[in-house]
Design a protein around this ligand. Structure first.
Ligand code: PGA
Length: 257
């Protein structure tokens, strides 16, 4: 973390978990645990159907609400899809774009990820843009080149003045939901390289201000060490964000003055 230049953001990614009543129970439980974190922004990205309730329920805890995806068009004949504008009107602040599960199961490509980043920014949302390598790619030694390519493709055509709304999440695919976290050194190395890519694209001032998260089996035990790395400005947390105590513990690790 480096709070002098940029925001620390802890974001939960609930994926396809929690019904409305479970969302209510979580909000009730975390309310007393979390307090009002002063030094970091706390976000919960929840399933679409729970968004209106979540915006209301988590207001008291100052937790901002995010969506887990959006479409790249603002409206039209796209059965089953939800636009960034629709999310904005509900009070959503963040939207995860290009999560590896969406790339893997729903054929999202670097091209559609780029279009979604533009749609999110256009609607006034903060995109959390996910990039990450597979185990095969890491073993081939192409991680840095791949991540640089993913970042450049996602940000193509995004002007410098919009970059303060963009969050990047480095999520090695082999670490997601596997319990196999990247070491702090591995995570820091890639997050630093992402900042270098942004510096080359937009200059030092923009690069310094961008929040870069780590995601992939971040939990109450390993969060502090990961967050101690200067280029890791927060986390995108799946499994551990489903448990109020674990999520609170990670927020507390990030909420250091
Ligand atoms: P995990 O998921 O924390 O359960 O590994 C992270 C993510 O997919 O964003």
């Amino acid at each position: 973390m480096n709070r002098r230049y940029r925001k620390t953001i802890i974001a939960g990614n609930w994926k396809m978990n929690k019904t409305l009543s479970e969302t209510r129970a979580f909000a009730e439980e975390i309310k007393d645990m979390l307090g009002r974190p002063k030094w970091c922004e706390v976000v919960l990205c929840v399933p679409y159907v729970n968004i209106p309730a979540a915006v209301r329920l988590f207001k008291e805890s100052r937790i901002a609400i995010g969506a887990e995806n959006c479409h790249y068009e603002s409206h039209g004949a796209y059965t089953g899809e939800v636009s960034a504008e629709m999310l904005k009107e509900l009070g959503v602040k963040y939207v995860i774009i290009g999560h590896s599960e969406r790339r893997q199961y729903y054929n999202e490509t670097d091209f559609t990820v780029n279009k979604k980043v533009h749609a999110a920014l256009e609607a006034g949302l903060h995109p959390i843009v996910c990039v990450g390598e597979s185990l095969e790619q890491r073993e081939l030694g192409v991680t840095m080149e791949l991540i640089a390519y993913q970042v450049k493709a996602a940000l193509a055509g995004v002007p410098a003045d919009k970059m303060r709304h963009v969050v990047i999440a480095y999520e090695p695919i082999w670490a997601i939901g596997t319990g196999k976290t990247a070491t702090a050194e591995q995570a820091a190395e890639v997050c630093e390289s992402i900042r270098v890519v942004i510096r080359k694209l937009y200059g030092a001032r923009v690069a310094r201000a961008v929040t870069i998260q780590y995601g992939g089996s971040m939990n109450a035990k390993n969060a502090a060490e990961l967050l101690a790395q200067p280029d890791i400005d927060g986390g995108l947390i799946g499994g551990a964000s489903l448990k109020p105590a674990d999520f609170t513990s990670i927020v507390n690790d990030a909420n250091q003055e």
